[in-house]
Design a protein around this ligand. Structure first.
Ligand SMILES: CC(C)(COP(=O)(O)OP(=O)(O)OC[C@H]1O[C@@H](n2cnc3c(N)ncnc32)[C@H](O)[C@@H]1OP(=O)(O)O)[C@@H](O)C(=O)NCCC(=O)NCCS
Length: 143
């Protein structure tokens, strides 16, 4: 499948929210500021990834790929591009919370962490405080 990764713009927000809602991922607090990169193909938006920045750490969030485009490496390319751009901006560690994709992120080099290990900035994020520990796995990766 042919696709490109590009920076997100404000115009991407409605389509990104639609993709995230279809996948039952949280959108309540999502703003343009949280959208990082878009994967785009002939059919339009294929996937999205978000980032919340807190100085030297980042919260990877809102990773979703359209059901029709899954299994083609779109999410892998989005995560790799996000890691590169975060590293270039001085972010040394990425954190994430996931309800059912932790095996996927393990394959990409993320490790499961105890909630107490998260930096204060991550613990204070809305996503961290709103997701129940029993439902979500916390993971991190040094860049
Ligand atoms: C998880 C998701 C982003 C993967 O997107 P994708 O573009 O299909 O991923 P890639 O093409 O890079 O990788 C596909 C591989 O990951 C595997 N994979 C996909 N979802 C997985 C999961 N939840 N757990 C473990 N492995 C998974 C596939 O089986 C496939 O394996 P293969 O290469 O051995 O065949 C996509 O399935 C999705 O949008 N899911 C719903 C939203 C979600 O769970 N987001 C993550 C939480 S933030």
């Amino acid at each position: 499948m042919c696709f490109e990764i590009r920076p997100a713009t404000a115009n991407d927000l409605p389509a990104a929210i639609e993709l995230l809602r279809e996948a039952r991922l949280p959108t309540d607090d999502l703003t343009t500021r949280h959208l990082a990169l878009i994967a785009e193909g002939g059919a339009g938006m294929l996937g999205v990834i978000g980032l919340e920045e807190f100085d030297a750490v980042g919260l990877l969030r809102s990773l979703v790929v359209s059901p029709l485009a899954r299994g083609e490496g779109v999410a892998g390319a989005l995560v790799e591009a996000l890691e590169s751009s975060a590293h270039a901006r001085g972010i040394g560690e990425l954190w994430l919370l996931t309800t059912d994709a932790h095996p996927y992120f393990s394959n990409l080099g993320f490790s499961v962490r105890n909630r107490g290990a998260a930096p204060a900035a991550i613990r204070g994020s809305k996503e961290f405080s709103s997701l129940c520990p029993d439902d979500a796995v916390l993971m991190s990766k040094r860049l």
